[in-house]
Every structure is written in C-alpha cells, then in structure tokens.
Design a binder for this molecule. Structure first.
Ligand code: CP
Length: 319
C-alpha cells in the first residue's frame, strides 16, 4: 500500500477488520516489521489522538518515529508556487518535502482544509504535494477532505458492537461555535457505505456534503425522523460544502444537539464522536457519559487502525 486516503486503499474491509482483531489480540506480533524503518509525522494542525495513537502504532511495529510540528520550531513554509518570498516564510514546501523524504521511510501528514478556496482543499493541495515530491509512501492523518484513520477506527468499533448484520448508522450534523472542515463526515460516510451498512446522513438545509462521499447513503433533513430506529448515532459538526457558502457556518441551532430525548428515538443506539467534542453543543454530558457512549473505544481503536495501515505500508516497502 503506497498511500492511504480511502477505503479502496485497504481493499476488502472484512479482511482489514480481521487484521485489526489479530493486532488487537497481540499488538507486538509484527514488532520486527518496522525494524530500522522511520516514520515521519508532520503536523500543520493540532492533534491529541492522531499524534499519540499513530506514534504508538509505529512503536508496536518496531519503527523509529520523528514528529514535526511545522508551526512550532520549523521554518515557516510557503505552500504556493510563484510567490515572491519576501515575507515571513523562509522555506518553500517544494524544497522542504523532498528534504523530509530523505530522513524517513513513511510519511503521515495532518493538514486541514484552509477554506480559502474549495478547489484547493478538495484537490488536497498540500497532501498531494507530499505524495508527488517526497519519494515516500504517504498517508493522511486528517487532510483537507478526509480522515481515513478515524473512519477505519470507527468501522472497527461498529463491527465490534453491532447487534445486526447490517446496522442503521446515522451521521448527524450538530452545532459548533467554529467553522469545521468536512473531512471527518466525508470519510465516515464513505467508509460506512463501503461497509454496506444502512447509512443515513442528516443535516440542516445548506450543509449537504460532497456527493462523492455520500453516494449510497440516504440524505435527510429531519433529525428526529433520521434517528428513528438507529443502531449507531455519529454526531459531528461540519461547515457548508456548497458554494457560495463553502467553509461557512449557516446554523448554530441547538435543537440538533444530541440529548437523551434524541437518543430515546433510536434502537437503543450507541453514541459515537471522533473527539475532541464540545460538550453540550454537539452532545449533552448525560449522553456522552452514558453506557451507550463509544467515544473512548473509538479513540482506543485509533491505535489499531494505524497499526494495520502502517503494517500494510511496511509490507509494501519490504517486498
Ligand atoms: N479524532 C482525532 O483525529 O483527534 P485529534 O484531532 O486529537 O488527533
């Protein structure tokens, strides 16, 4: 596996789940796979779970790890070609990327949507430059449009907890004070459809996601109706995708917050969120602290999803 952005990079998801369970039962089983191999993790944005779980995954595989926070201690990077670099940016990404590639075997990149230009974000302007110029296999640690390590962990979590073969999985928009990217909901919808679950995406008018990610899901606008009979409720905020409102907040309607009353509409559903979460905006204290909340098992499965992905990438390198 030379890159990791989508479920198609993994192939058969059932097989990937079996590998996840194998690793969960014996995390160090493949500790020789990464001997004398180095993972470089590059963060353009903050992280708690991705940083720790991916580093732990690399350690499970015996890898060396280098972490670079681009905005703390590195030269400020110019990302656009053709710019006269007479400002505060000392280095261009086009030199920095191949240099980074010299020091490692695999590269993980976290680079959120910037909301300046939808086409740049949806072309994965930063991540694609790493793929093109680093000379190394590259995986997304949440890039402008996708968060596949999270969605893979969510898939593992649902497989572990589902009570029916084809559960009803509802992705619902919820309110938030800041404009957030669509990466998590895009990947969640894409992976849940790929898993052949009964997928519903529900949001206020104007918050429709890119159809490339929701194709195969039922798209709705009435949250109560969508929640009816749900086996899993995945709450997430995202900003508008459609032009001319790309990246904007169109609503902060607190009627979309997931409460105990909302959860009572479901089939005793499990509650999910990728974290970090704004309590009593996205979800009430009561719901997130309830026995039906899977937010901690989901986060724990980030180590497992990352171990499977890094193992696959190492296997390709070692061939
Ligand atoms: N869910 C997730 O990716 O968390 P972090 O932003 O803390 O890495």
């Amino acid at each position: 596996m030379k890159q990791f952005l989508s479920p198609t990079d993994l192939g058969d998801l059932h097989q990937a789940f079996r590998e996840a369970l194998e690793i969960k039962n014996d995390r160090y089983h493949y500790v020789e796979a990464g001997r004398n191999k180095t993972l470089l993790m590059i963060f353009f944005n903050n992280s708690l779970r991705t940083r720790l779980s991916t580093q732990k995954a690399a350690m499970n595989l015996g890898m060396n790890v280098i972490v670079l926070d681009v905005n703390q201690g590195a030269w400020k990077l110019e990302t656009e070609r053709g710019v006269i670099m007479d400002g505060d940016k000392s280095e261009h990404l086009l030199e920095a990327i191949p240099v980074m590639g010299c020091y490692c075997d695999l590269i993980g990149v976290r680079s959120f949507a910037r909301f300046d230009n939808r086409a740049d974000d949806y072309n994965e302007h930063i991540l694609q430059q790493f793929i093109r110029y680093s000379g190394r296999p590259v995986f997304s640690m949440e890039s402008a449009t996708v968060h596949p390590l999270q969605a893979f962990a969510d898939y593992i979590t649902i497989e572990e907890h589902k009570r029916t073969q084809r559960p009803k999985v509802v992705l619902t928009w919820a309110p938030h004070p800041k404009a957030l990217p669509q990466a998590v909901p895009n990947s969640f919808a894409e992976w849940m459809v790929a898993a052949n679950y009964d997928v519903v995406v529900v949001q206020p008018e104007g918050y429709e996601l890119d159809e490339r990610f929701t194709r195969g899901a039922t798209v709705m606008y009435n949250q109560d109706e969508a929640l009816s009979g749900a086996d899993f409720v995945y709450a997430k905020n995202w900003s508008a995708y459609r032009e001319p409102n790309y990246g904007q907040i169109l609503s902060k309607d607190m009627n979309w917050t997931i409460t105990s009353q909302k959860m009572a509409l479901t089939n005793n559903a499990f509650f999910m969120h990728c974290l970090p979460v704004r309590r009593n905006m996205i979800v009430t204290d009561e719901v997130i602290e309830s026995p039906q909340s899977l937010v901690i098992p989901e986060a724990a499965n980030r180590e497992i999803s990352a171990t499977v992905v890094l193992k696959r990438m190492l296997d390709a390198l070692n061939k």
